[in-house]
Design a protein around this ligand. Structure first.
Ligand code: ATP
Length: 307
């Protein structure tokens, strides 16, 4: 991942009454899958529009695949696939007609459409009108449209909104397949949980500023949220006494809970192991990714740059 697909440096996007982005800096390594996270109105879509060259920064610079997207030649756009947040199609067209229409708009050979529909699992519905498609089928058609021309960079704006858990899994399976072909993927989402193990890096935006950026593991560590050790014991009073110097409470008749930091965890576990007779089982409850997200969502904004 030596090359960078996108470099955003000191970008401010000022609308007449609102500053949508306020000094955003980050870089996306080529071939990475990056999650852009943030609350409603955080600036995710604005950032995608800047990367597409649909709008220009008020100040700062944006480079995508080595070029300024706002002034790049027409051929440049063929290297980028975009799935907007709300995909709108002509209901009376079939899946094939829709894709052929977008292929012509993008200057691609419509002959590639059958293979793309196959890739997103819509072959059997290709001749059906889009008005009969479910939400998941529309999203998949949207993804096929984004894949026209074998793009090097995919920008997906909240691609899994409205998809059921099975379709989400299917969607990420397709994204994974694209990554094995070296495609860089930047996707926006509100949900951190579904991105675990599926993305390399996350950028968390809050009110137009980057409040955290890095791998999910690094963000988890940096958040330094407490770990809970739930201890099942036949002797709760003994355990409470032995570990009285820790943050320990009884949460059920035969269960106590110790709250500690990630760095303290192993020391506490060793002490629990030393109480062999009193401890039947230990469950480690790590902070959830949603908790990590909430943590940074409330943190004081400060710029960060991806490694
Ligand atoms: P969501 O998760 O709801 O889609 P988002 O993170 O994508 O939100 P943006 O759509 O980028 O957020 O909007 C960021 C802010 O900029 C919002 O306050 C929005 O109202 C404002 N904004 C976006 N586009 C414009 C525009 N063309 N003119 C004025 N304000 C705008």
């Amino acid at each position: 991942m030596s090359q960078l697909s996108c470099v955003v440096y000191g970008v401010v996007k000022q609308y007449p009454r609102h500053r949508a982005l306020d000094g955003v800096t980050f870089a996306v390594p080529a071939g990475a899958c990056v999650a852009l996270l943030g609350h409603n109105g955080a600036g995710k879509t604005t950032l995608m529009k800047l990367l597409l060259g649909l709008t220009r920064p008020t100040t700062g610079s944006v480079r995508v695949l080595g070029a300024d997207p706002a002034v790049a030649p027409p051929g440049f756009r063929r290297q980028i696939g975009f799935l907007p947040e709300n995909v709108i199609f002509y209901d009376e067209l079939t899946g094939t007609d829709t894709l052929r229409y977008y292929a012509r708009l993008k200057g691609e050979d419509p002959g590639c459409c059958a293979a793309l529909l196959e890739q997103v699992g819509l072959s059997s519905a290709a001749t059906r009108r889009v008005k009969s498609y479910s939400k998941g089928m529309r999203q998949r058609l949207g993804l096929a449209q984004a894949l026209l021309g074998a793009p090097r960079l995919l920008l997906l704006d909240e691609p899994t909104t409205g998809l059921d858990p099975m379709l989400r899994q299917e969607f990420y399976r397709m994204v994974q397949e694209l990554r094995t072909r070296g495609v860089t993927v930047l996707l926006s989402s509100h949900v951190l949980t579904e991105l675990e193990a599926r993305t390399d890096l996350a950028i968390i935006l809050r009110h137009g500023r980057v409040v955290a950026a890095g791998s999910l593991a690094a963000l988890r560590q940096k958040a330094a949220l407490p770990v809970r050790l739930r201890v099942e014991t036949g002797l709760p009073e003994t355990v409470l006494q032995q570990l009285a110097d820790l943050a320990i409470t009884q949460v059920a008749a035969d269960t106590v809970e110790v709250v500690c930091t990630v760095t303290e965890k192993m020391t506490v576990l060793r002490r629990l192991a030393g109480l062999a007779e009193g401890v039947r089982d230990v469950e480690i409850l790590m902070p959830s990714l949603d908790e990590v997200y909430a943590h940074f969502g409330h943190a004081a904004p400060g710029e960060e740059t991806l490694p």
